[in-house]
Design a protein around this ligand. Structure first.
Ligand code: FES
Ligand SMILES: [Fe+2]
Length: 423
């Protein structure tokens, strides 16, 4: 359990809150590149850590992020016109470039006036199919952290966004909770479960495909420069051999999940205390399509996901689309797809789960460690220190799911985790 005070500290991300101060030390994904598909594409509203912004792609293809409300008299720039190298407010026509420069002020034509002004604008990068921004203190702006998926060929990578109506930590904790994989994702993790005949899932893209039927993994955890890595060790049918699934937690909300032939890098970016944008980037050494990933995640069903707005649309109104007839037959959850199962469980915990009433067991060690790592990082940020993962080159951070002989060191499976250093 986590007491109410620590729960509040760790979950609330608005300006001036302890977690809000920590979160503002990192670069954050704010939309996918595909959401701004071409120069002068419609601008997008972005909510990040309880504050509102607008992002747009100018005529030359550069992306900018400004405060949402126009610096003149507060109309939303998300309604504006994107044209001739800038974003123009509909109300009185003030026009801004991607750096916040004021290009025109038609209702006050004196250029000396606009030259003195600058709209609140934020540093932006575009990498790995995502647009990233930094909204923290200027003097603490870190190096931009690169990840392995940013090096992948575009046709070997898919970047998706799913907006879920709950606090980010519920989704983060699901990602560092190995023991749920063999239960919640039973249909994908343990095909054959219905008659107790375990057969490994042959889908090399599925991150819930387990090679073992063991529902009680032993967990081991080690702190790293980016947060921690942990291994879930499961028994196999071969004597002296365990299945080792290593997953990193990248402070403040990142993880990488292994599928047999691909890696899923996931970021649970808080829009505010009760809304999260989940970014899922899949990459590997072979082509992969968005349609395949959408289907795998269960997001090809319109009841669950609106591809245009990226909203996860399932609610209690129809019990999250749960099919109880199928549960009598061959479906453990009555749901279909990895993300649908994960998001449904996180939503079922409520908009902001109070952890003071839960009952943890040793299999929940990963979850406990997430909370401890975040509370420690909050302290570091409050004292103006450099929190874990800030400014690191994260290209060596990975995940794996392999067979390991007894006596071998699990930390040797991904030696780059111990070598992660500043960018
Ligand atoms: S409010 Fe934007 S130009 Fe006046
Ligand atoms: Fe899951």
């Amino acid at each position: 359990m986590l007491n109410h005070k620590d729960n509040e500290t760790i979950c609330r991300v608005g300006p001036g809150t302890p977690m809000g101060v920590l979160m503002r030390r990192y670069w954050h994904p704010v939309c996918t590149s595909a959401q701004l598909p071409e120069p002068d594409a419609p601008p997008l509203r972005v909510r990040l850590l309880g504050e509102d912004y607008v992002v747009f792609r100018d005529s030359a293809g550069a992306v900018g992020m400004l405060d949402e409300l126009c610096m003149h008299r507060g109309a939303s720039l998300a309604l504006g016109r994107v044209e001739e190298g800038g974003l123009r407010c509909l109300y009185h026509g003030w026009k801004f470039d991607v750096k916040g420069g004021v290009m025109e002020t038609p209702n006050h034509a004196d250029p000396k006036y606009r030259e003195r002004m600058k709209a609140p604008a934020y540093p932006v990068r575009e990498a790995g199919g995502l647009v990233w921004a930094y909204v923290g203190p200027k003097e603490q702006q870190p190096e931009f952290s690169r990840y392995a998926f940013m090096e992948a060929q575009p046709e070997h990578r898919v970047a998706l966004r799913v907006n879920v109506h709950c606090n980010y930590l519920q989704l983060v904790e699901g990602g560092e909770d190995s023991s749920h994989v063999g239960v919640l994702h039973t249909n994908m993790a343990r095909p054959g479960w219905i008659d107790d005949s375990f057969v490994p899932n042959p889908d090399v893209v599925n991150p819930a495909a387990l090679v073992s039927n063991d529902l009680e993994p032993a967990l081991k955890i080690e702190e790293t420069a980016f947060g921690f890595q942990y291994v879930a060790l499961r028994k196999t049918s071969e004597p002296g051999v365990k299945n080792a699934r290593v997953v990193p937690f990248i402070i403040p909300y990142g993880r990488i999940i292994p599928a047999p032939a691909f890696l899923f890098t996931v970021f649970e970016v808080p829009e505010d205390d009760t809304h999260t944008s989940t970014y899922i980037v899949v990459h590997g050494n072979a082509p992969v399509t968005e349609d395949k990933i959408i289907e795998l995640l269960g997001l090809d069903d319109k009841r669950y996901y609106d591809r245009k707005s990226c909203a996860y649309t399932s609610t209690w109104a129809d019990n999250f689309g749960q099919d109880r007839e199928r549960m009598k037959d061959d479906s453990w959850t009555g749901l279909v797809g990895v993300e649908v199962e994960d998001a449904t469980i996180a939503l079922s915990q409520g908009p902001l789960y109070d952890r003071s009433k839960e009952h943890l067991v040793p299999a929940d060690q990963g979850v406990v460690r997430v909370r401890r790592a975040l509370l420690n990082a909050v302290k570091v940020a409050a004292e103006n220190g450099t929190p874990p993962a800030v400014g690191l080159d994260l290209r060596g951070v990975s995940a794996c799911d392999v067979q390991m002989k007894d006596g071998a060191l699990w930390q040797d499976l991904l030696p780059s985790h111990r070598e992660t250093a500043p960018a």
